[in-house]
Design a protein around this ligand. Structure first.
Ligand code: ZN
Length: 188
């Protein structure tokens, strides 16, 4: 057990579900991927019911994906959004996802918690698109932490477009399925 490094990994099945060559043109297909990742993460028992993906806004190129890995990796920071952000930054070898002038967007199957909303701001993405609401997450027992409407306005004022409730019901269903199949609600 190293005291000098930490490792984040995606589950082995990711490449069976993700088509890395595809160009994702519309919000609906981008969100469908984020939700499918959340669904597969539940079905395959590899973490909590949350999935995310980061795209180049204009080309529709997929840069990274993330799923919740909190329990398998013993890492309270390994939320889907943070995993996707860290992998995207690693892929670009940059701490900012707009340093090269390319606009990027984060799609997430559920509205971000306090940590991930902050992480979204620091990542440099220019667009945040969410499916299920914080209320949907709370309804099954997850705590989203101190996220308020002014938090979203802060991102907007910083130049991040925020779009919410895209395919909300499909994403909320994954949350319910997780609960109904006995998934652990941590930090509840
Ligand atoms: Zn989070």
């Amino acid at each position: 057990m190293s005291r000098q490094s930490v490792t984040l990994t995606l589950p082995d099945w990711i490449n069976d579900v993700v088509d890395w060559q595809r160009r994702y043109q519309h919000d609906d297909e981008k969100m469908a991927l984020a939700i499918e990742l959340s669904r597969q993460n539940v079905l395959r028992g590899t973490g909590g019911p949350f999935g995310s993906a980061i795209f180049d806004c204009d080309s529709g190129k997929l840069l990274s994906v993330g799923v919740n890995r909190v329990m398998p990796l013993h890492n309270s920071s390994a939320h889907g959004e943070m995993v996707a952000i860290m992998l995207a930054e690693q892929a670009l070898q940059s701490f900012s996802l707009n340093a090269d002038g390319v606009k990027r967007e984060l799609f997430t199957s559920c509205e971000p918690c306090a940590m991930c909303l902050g992480g979204t701001l620091w990542s440099g993405v220019k667009r945040l698109v969410c499916a299920a609401t914080a209320e949907d997450a709370r309804a099954i027992g997850f705590d989203e932490g101190p996220v308020f409407e002014p938090s979203y306005q802060y991102l907007r004022d910083a130049g991040v477009e925020v779009v919410r409730q895209v395919q909300r019901s499909a994403a909320a269903q994954v949350l319910k399925d997780y609960l109904n199949h006995g998934g652990t609600i941590y930090n509840g």
